[in-house]
Design a protein around this ligand. Structure first.
Ligand code: PKZ
Length: 157
């Protein structure tokens, strides 16, 4: 199945978390499963915090890009638009909050399951569970904001 990130223009596909054109990045892939958005990612042994457990910064990074992708997909869905249709709607992180509920075992794939909790104007709020070995080990809440045309003083591609 095609992932949300497969629809990012080449010009904005360099993000460390989700850009398919960043050979050093995580290159996450996110899809709809019903009303939820799902990303699966297998950490490497070097993504270690304490031996045997996943580094919290990696978890935050996965929640971040899972959520911005989910926000974009939710806005397309709300507007009954195809993901690749023009003009593109791109989302950046305004706020990223992660609660680490229990240690996340470094033991196979992580599953991130996102829910869209609010769409208001240019803002989408996404809540995401991080699941390892069948247990929710972290929960994230992201406020994603549709990227202004003039982001950081640079023209958005
Ligand atoms: C799927 C198909 C493909 C589509 C194609 C996609 C392309 C995909 C590109 C890849 C992209 C990767 C992205 C990765 C994730 C990063 O890593 S992004 C990098 C890190 N983030 C940044 O650098 C963002 C820096 N901050 C900013 O540029 C600006 O502060 C922002 C976030 C754009 C917001 O500024 P603004 O546009 O002036 O927003 P503003 O009008 O003030 O607020 C709009 C709403 O958002 C809320 N808001 C704004 N900031 C915050 C905040 N910090 N906390 C809480 N709420 C906030 C406001 O309260 C407001 O809500 P309401 O009052 O309407 O309820």
């Amino acid at each position: 199945m095609e992932a949300f990130q497969d629809h990012y223009d080449d010009a904005v596909a360099h993000c460390y978390g989700c850009g398919r054109n960043n050979e050093h990045g995580h290159q996450i892939k996110t899809c709809w499963e019903g009303e939820e958005t799902v990303t699966r990612f297998t950490p490497e042994p070097y993504h270690t915090a304490i031996p045997g457990f996943v580094y919290g910064g990696l978890i935050a990074s996965l929640v971040d890009c899972h959520s911005t992708g989910s926000a974009a997909a939710a806005m397309y869905r709300q507007q009954n638009r195809e993901l690749g249709s023009q003009p593109p709607m791109r989302f950046v992180t305004g706020s990223l909050h992660v609660d680490y509920l229990k240690p996340t075992p470094l033991d196979g794939a992580l599953e991130l399951r996102g829910r869209i909790v609010e769409i208001k104007g240019r803002k989408v709020v996404v809540e995401t569970d991080v699941i390892a070995c069948g247990e929710v080990t972290a929960r994230g809440r992201v406020v994603a904001v549709q990227m202004p045309a003039d982001f950081g003083g640079a023209k958005a591609a």
